[in-house]
Unconditional design. Sequence first.
Length: 249
Amino acid sequence: MRKMRWLSLSVSKQFENEVQSQNIKKQMKTIYLALAIIALSLFVTSCRSRQASHGHVQGFAPATGTQQPRNVTPPQPQPLVQVSFRQAEEPTVAQQTPTPAVVQPPAPTVTRHAPVGQTNVGVTFIEPPAPVRQTPTQQPMVRQEGVNAVFQADAPSLRRYNVVVASLNNRWNAETLQRRLQNDGHHVILAQNERGMYRVIVGSFDHRFQAVSQLDQLRRRYSALGNPDFLRRTYGIPFNDLWILTRHF
């Protein structure tokens, strides 16, 4: 009886040990499978992140043993910029000078008579008048405004009719132009209106015809020196916008 009990106990223990070993093997297989799945997912994630990083980074060449030289473009020389005075633009109302009407002479009439022996019939032919050529004269623009001399020494010389060669907003530019014109032998007056704009005046007179004559002389003198581009490079103004300022007190 004792042997039988001992045998039964030993068999039951062996069976329990075998069941436990099988359970342990199953658990180990499950753990190995889970680890393999985790490692595979980590590998896939790392591959995707590398592809994304390569997709976002552009313009870099793969690293090699020797570095490729970069193409360096030499700096191009910059063109010289020429500064000239720009006259301020403002709405103006030009005073129109009436143009005298041209009176055409009457057309001459020629009377011709028929020869003797024929009916004496007088035929009158009207010959067309010869065309009258007019020399176009450019009337100067006249504007009226109140101005005062910038320098007190020029106040007595500022009269009623003034020839303006430039209108500038900057006083330094106006004084620079004044010195350039004074080097040409002109008496230049700087005047300032109510809005603070500087008028560069070359010639101030009591009568309008004197101002018109001075304007024509200036226009002929500086147009003979060159085109407006040359005058702008030399003096800062093209001398093509001369006008007469009628000063009101």
